[in-house]
Design a binder for this molecule. Sequence first.
Ligand code: SF4
Length: 351
Amino acid sequence: MDNLIGLDKLELQSILAELGEKPFRAKQIWHLIYNQGKTDINDFTTLSKSLREKLSKHFTVKRPEIIKELTSTDKTRKWLLGFDDKRKVETVYIPEDDRGAVCISTQIGCAVGCTFCNTGSQKLERNLNTAEIVSQFMTARDSYGEWPSPIDETRYLSNIVVMGMGEPLHNLKNTIKALKILTDGDGIAISKRRITLSTSGITPHITTIAKEVGCKLALSLHAPNNEIRDHIMPINKKYPLEGVLDACKEYQKITGGRQYITFEYLMLKGINDKPEHAREIAKEIKKRKIGAKFNLIPFNPWSGCDYQTSPKSTIIKFSQILESEGFAAPIRVSKGQDIMAACGQLKSKNQ
Ligand code: SF4
């Protein structure tokens, strides 16, 4: 059986045409799936019984299987989700005071192979399809009962970060389609200003996201120059830093220059954390006049990885230098440590 989740409105219309139904029913079905959050076609009671029966013969509105759900003492919630082929991904909800972000994955494993990343050590198994990407967010909403889609700013699951397993720009088509569904005002209706896509820097596709989606961009920078970046992120040999930063500048131009680019910077002891590194990267960004902020991330060690996190005093100094260069550079507070919220860790443990 095929899943109705993940189809766009035109695809839904053509299915209805094949079933001998009027195209306007697509809007009703869209509303039931993405606004009401219905999980059973039999509950589509605004449709005729005969249409429900026709749909049920061929389709489902299936979510992934929840293999494990863990809630941290700091209220971070994490799901290990299983798909039809038994492959699994992680999805995490990271709460702030009265709202929070759902972190979704776009691939099972990852081909980028960042040397500090647990997911990168798991190799790419496959891309997730559109339904599998969208339904991660829907599963999180199910868990908090946040249906129908709230129409004001009271929503608890208010933001989406595409920062889970995988490189979204290596699964470009499905990622764009999923983000279009998630932002559609008739359904889940998360504003594109509340979505952040994080990439390791697949240069040719960065501006495609600006044009097609226009969400916020986070770049996994992690190094001040090609020499260090080549070493910790081998993808840099294919897409060197200069081109990645130029693409970030272009992204900002296309999206109207209002949104800051977030540069994610993992603090690795003795590797990328020296004061001259902070000055070097600040210079490169200022040269290009990129409106940017940093997010300094203390490294979260995992078994089998040799990196250590920089001492707190080193991170503070790094942050101060960036701030003196004119960039906000907060130090990220690690959440969900007790349930292993870092990238790929729950999946590794389960395996
Ligand atoms: S950090 Fe992101 S891009 Fe790099 S290996 Fe991990 S999942 Fe892939």
